[in-house]
Write a protein that binds this ligand. Structure first.
Ligand code: ATP
Length: 569
């Protein structure tokens, strides 16, 4: 599937718009349109229902070490600044960024080479040297060809590239090095660094800008948290942050949840809501946004059972995506190898999806499931722990005192039955509502062949959403706007509206109306036609099979409910 087609459908049919579009948009911010808001609400509601309200607290589900309880929270976006000092976000939530000295664009250092692979000027340059494989092709360099490219295509596509701005000086470094080292390993990435470097002796080889080819600055640290001030005075004292994750609200309320309920370990607390990260290179539609929604669970368990609980949650969360239609080889579970884990963690895995905007064979993270030990509760209790210390110890400042003080509150747990007191271990399944919605959109987009009004086969675009996620569950049409058909159709619409999000449409040819619903992903279309007037039946058309069945009007609500239930609603 080509991403452009999905992006255009999302805009045309009101799934997603660029935020503040009439003012040119704001990079990294997206608005959900009339269909998009329903889709995203359905994703979040499915998560909340499946993880929290629909969870059976009494019996152990398949694969779980025991029964467990689930509950929820809704915490504020702005929290006490100490929360972020103890969580580590204040000191550690950094990315390295580089700026282009030419076009001034900012890039996340770990994204630069991935972006270069897709950059129009790189693809055009690679064509000249027939370098099909970005990482592995060896280039047979030719100065005249490079200069010809620089004068024509390069000028337009990469105005900042040293080879374009000062060709003779730039080429002379490469020529000199090739003369001194005839066996030099000249891959495309190396060649690109040479053509981005004007003064090699002074600067060393430069990394080119994916946008204009200009040279990038050295990587600099950049904190991803958005800052603001609470109260009228804008001084350091009043500086606060927009939360970069929802998880911390759960940790700091751990004791409140215990004290206000009769919940016992093992239990999970879920929260969903907005998070904010000042991403340096927001891109790929909503995949990397600056404002997004997360769906997070902190699951508290006994340390001895944490590995089993980690495995349970990893598999449970993977199954959730499969059940909602993300099947096949586009979805994968990637277990982090032991050397990538923090020493206090017994396991971490990512659920990943092969988004169509990524290079073939690469996957993007939908959700991370991490065993976090007792790191978070202890940090909020004792003060920020040093993540690298083993066993975990308080991080100390230059004066030898704790760098960030904890709350001093007792966040341990006392097991009434055994009398044992301990700091629970945590399993954290952390998902993104926008990334999941985007994956469901990508997976749903289908082009197939269907007959038009005259029975001629035509290409049709259909969003094959799982019925639970479909923004509209059914549409009701009168075949024509006369003979009392609209009145009957409106009655059916009103009856169905009591339980489902349904849509009424009487405008234009019925074939066109079907196509519009196919694009919206509506699973069922109900049509009142001539036969209805004689035998009180209507047709129900199935979005995917295109099958049309006649059903008695009185049976329509039960039939729609039955079909949705069969599909897991
Ligand atoms: P990435 O490596 O892609 O930046 P991450 O590992 O930092 O992601 P987490 O901190 O684990 O992400 O956040 C949990 C989830 O929140 C992610 O799996 C993703 O679904 C979502 N998420 C994180 N950052 C963004 C973002 N900038 N835009 C949209 N969703 C995001």
């Amino acid at each position: 599937m080509e991403m452009e087609k999905l992006v255009s459908l999302c805009r045309r049919r009101g799934f997603l718009f660029q935020s503040s579009e009439i003012y040119g948009g704001l990079n990294g911010f997206w608005d959900y349109g009339p269909l998009g808001v329903e889709l995203k609400r359905n994703v979040k509601e499915a998560w909340w229902r499946d993880m929290v309200t629909g969870h059976d607290d009494l019996d152990a589900p398949a694969g779980a070490p025991s029964a467990y309880e689930m509950t929820g929270l809704d915490c504020t976006i702005i929290m006490h600044p100490q929360v972020w000092k103890c969580s580590g976000h204040y000191d550690l939530f950094h990315d390295f960024m580089q700026t282009c000295r030419h076009c001034k664009k900012l890039f996340r250092s770990d994204h630069v080479w991935d972006m270069l692979k897709d950059a129009p000027w790189v693809l055009s340059f690679a064509e000249v040297f027939s370098a099909a494989d970005f990482d592995n092709s060896q280039v047979v360099f030719s100065s005249p060809e490079a200069l010809r490219w620089a004068q024509k295509k390069g000028k337009k596509l990469a105005p900042g590239l040293a080879l374009v701005r000062n060709p003779s000086v730039t080429i002379s470094w490469l020529a000199q090095d090739l003369a001194n080292m005839p066996d030099m390993d000249l891959s495309l990435p190396t060649l690109m660094q040479y053509v981005a470097t004007e003064q090699k002796a002074a600067t060393g080889l430069q990394t080119p800008c994916p946008n204009c080819g200009g040279d990038l600055t050295e990587p600099r640290e950049f904190n991803l948290m958005f800052e603001t001030y609470t109260g009228a005075v804008r001084d350091e004292e009043n500086k606060t942050f927009l939360r970069p994750e929802t998880a911390q609200g759960i940790f700091v309320n751990f004791k409140n949840v215990l004290d206000s309920t009769r919940i016992k370990i093992p239990f999970g607390v879920a929260q969903m809501g907005k998070s904010f990260r000042n991403e340096i290179t927001p891109r790929n539609f909503t995949f990397r946004s600056r404002e997004f929604e997360q769906m997070e669970i902190e699951f508290f368990c006994h340390p001895d059972l944490s590995r089993e609980w980690y495995e349970y949650w990893r598999d449970r969360r993977m199954k959730w995506y499969v059940d909602l239609g993300l099947a096949g080889d586009r979805l994968q579970l990637r277990e982090h190898p032991p050397e990538e884990l923090s020493h206090y963690s017994t396991g971490t895995s990512d659920i990943e999806y092969a988004f169509p905007f990524l290079q073939p064979g690469t996957f993007g993270e939908l959700e991370g499931i991490a065993h976090r030990g007792d790191f978070d509760l202890r940090s909020h209790m004792e003060g920020k722990l040093d993540e690298k210390s083993d066993p975990l110890q308080l991080e100390l400042g230059d004066d030898g005192k704790p760098k960030y003080k904890g709350s001093g509150r007792d966040l341990t747990y006392r097991d009434d039955a055994s009398g044992q007191k301990y700091t629970p271990h945590v399993i954290e399944p952390s998902a993104g509502a926008d990334r999941a919605t985007l994956a469901f959109l990508c997976e749903a987009y289908t082009e197939d062949e269907a007959p038009d009004d005259k029975g001629k086969m035509k290409t049709r675009t259909v969003m094959k959403f799982h019925p639970r996620l479909a923004p509209i569950k059914a549409a009701v049409f009168p075949l024509v706007k006369k003979d009392g058909m609209p009145e009957i159709a409106k009655d059916i619409y009103r009856e169905l509206k009591k339980d489902f999000n349904v849509f009424y449409d009487e405008k234009g040819a019925v074939g066109r109306r079907y196509r519009r619903q196919d694009e919206a992903g509506t699973p069922f279309c109900i049509t009142v036609d001539g036969e209805t007037l004689t035998d009180n039946t209507v047709t129900i058309r199935d979005r995917d099979s295109l099958e049309q069945r006649r059903v008695k009007i009185d049976d329509v609500p039960a039939e729609i409910a039955r079909r949705l239930a069969n599909d897991g609603l």
